[in-house]
Design a binder for this molecule. Structure first.
Ligand code: ARG
Length: 489
């Protein structure tokens, strides 16, 4: 038996050599005239990034066009060269995007593929594009552009999820259910309040993306390989052209830091962790045991064996994906640590976790608006669970506080009462009146009878509380914010 063939790269090295002979193609990885031989095939496969950095195509082209316009503006290339470069790059992007041309892994990365094709199309003008530039400042720029557009897409997706939550919270401002601590029934709350907890998390996540984007908004172009350039370029101009807030201030830092990727990956991981709690609650609430909710048919799966099943796969995946997002963040940080200044090829390895974090996050966020809109809550079931009189114990203690009993004492009195009820096997509300003077003389039967989840919840109407009136105020606040952003809520 022969050795099994393992194809590592799709284009054989001989193709590259052919191109070399044609004299228009820079050799892979900018090897230029420095090397006699092509890169070893296995090494080339390890080295190549085109399979993943092809995502940067649009940003790479935008960056190069801005760079070319700047080169012409300062007189380093002619206006005509710049015109040819800009038009040529549009053509190159179109060819790759439409699949008319495939990127060649032998050319290592998206940057060399674009430049190589540009030179094929427009010749010498294309050879001037890389003036005063290195792939090191180029890739850092591309990744920042990618980071910025990804952050804004994620912010939009978060807002759409917030719109969906806001609507359901408005609808269920007064729907009662038990609130839990330690997953034990604790106190009655409202579903609107519960849902708005997620809106709060998402609002902070949104802020984190915007915050990270603000710091990412610096343009590395002009940093060169590591030490800038002696050529009289105009960094302000390129930065402005690309929509960055400013050029970076240190060439070594600019080519070698990927903190903006790590920050965004963290924002993705934390967002994912938040949503995983929602996923978990949907899984839990849709069990027969809870019965608080059913996922819409479009958002659950059947079983290939058990015909009755209605499985919450989507909620489970929302719960699971952060495992991957946290992995992306850890990979990114680990790859970045301990690198001597400035650029090191290790940095290429930050790309995949970064893209994965962004893409996974978008995948999860995109499912939310319709998932949330389609949730079939069961207010009857929730109310029944919230009507467990034990949930009124805290309210009873607070009632005693109003009668001037010190809280610690009130806690003890109600504790005794709960114990007694448990001993008798009755609910808190049904402790016989004649037992009260002995166990809790401060309590009247009327106060016990008055225990009701609706009344208890309505009483907790302070800022941050679950009372329907307060939920309505918070819904109004969120609605105003979202409408201000242009959403119909
Ligand atoms: N694909 C490379 C990266 O992601 C581009 C920069 C290559 N620079 C270099 N000096 N080899 O980092």
């Amino acid at each position: 038996m022969g050795t099994p063939a393992v194809v590592l790269i799709s284009a054989p090295m001989s193709d590259q050599n052919k191109n070399d002979k044609a004299g228009v193609v820079p050799k892979a990885g900018g090897r230029g005239a420095r090397f006699g031989a092509a890169m070893d095939e296995a090494a080339a496969a390890l080295n190549a990034s085109v399979d993943f950095d092809k995502r940067l195509l649009r940003d790479d082209v935008r960056g190069s066009q801005a760079h070319a316009r700047m080169l012409a503006a300062v007189g380093l290339i002619s206006a005509d060269d710049a015109k040819q470069i800009v038009a040529g790059l549009d053509k190159v992007a179109g060819e790759f995007e439409r699949g008319e041309r495939a990127m060649d892994p032998a050319l290592e990365d998206v940057h060399m593929n674009v430049e190589n094709r540009l030179i094929e199309l427009i010749g010498d003008a294309g050879r001037r594009l890389h003036t005063a530039r290195s792939r090191n400042d180029q890739v850092a720029t591309d990744m920042r552009l990618f980071a910025l557009s990804s952050a804004s897409a994620i912010v939009v997706a978060i807002d759409k999820a917030r719109v969906a939550i806001c609507r359901r919270a408005r609808e269920h401002a007064a729907t009662l259910l038990p609130g839990y601590t330690h997953l034990q029934r604790a106190q009655a709350i409202t579903l609107g309040h519960h849902l708005l907890a997620y809106a709060e998390m998402l609002s902070r996540d949104r802020g984190r993306f915007l915050d990270a984007a603000r710091r990412a908004s610096e343009c590395p172009l002009g940093s060169g390989a590591l030490a800038a350039t002696s050529l009289p370029i105009d960094r302000e101009r390129t930065s402005q052209d690309l929509g960055f807030a400013a050029p970076t201030r240190n060439s070594l830092d600019a080519v070698s830091d990927r903190d903006f990727c790590a920050e965004l990956a963290f924002a993705c991981a934390l967002l994912g962790v938040h949503l995983s709690r929602l996923g978990e609650e949907l899984v839990l609430w849709s069990t027969t045991e809870f019965g608080f909710v059913r996922l819409g048919e479009g958002h659950c799966s059947g079983s290939s064996l058990m015909p009755q099943k209605r499985n919450p796969d989507i909620a489970e995946l929302i719960r699971a994906k952060p495992g991957r997002l946290i992995g992306d963040l850890v990979a990114l940080l680990t790859v970045s640590k301990g690198l001597a200044l400035a650029y090191n090829k290790d940095l290429q390895e930050t790309q995949e976790p970064f893209y994965d974090a962004i893409e996974t996050t978008r995948l999860v966020l995109d499912v939310l608006p319709r998932l949330i809109a389609g949730l079939e809550f069961n207010p009857e079931r929730m109310k029944e669970a919230a009507s467990d009189p034990a949930l009124g114990a805290t309210d009873l203690a607070e009632h005693l506080v109003r009668e001037d009993v010190p809280f610690r004492k009130a806690h003890e009195i109600v504790g005794k009462l709960v114990r007694h009820a448990e001993h008798l096997g009755v609910s808190l509300r049904d402790v016989p009146e004649h037992d009260l003077p002995q166990i809790a003389p401060e309590l009247h039967a009327a106060s016990l009878q008055a225990l009701s989840p609706a009344r208890a919840v309505a009483g907790r109407a302070i800022v941050g509380g679950p009372a329907p009136a307060q939920v309505t105020r918070e819904v109004q606040r969120l609605t105003a914010e979202l409408r201000g952003l242009g959403y119909e809520v």
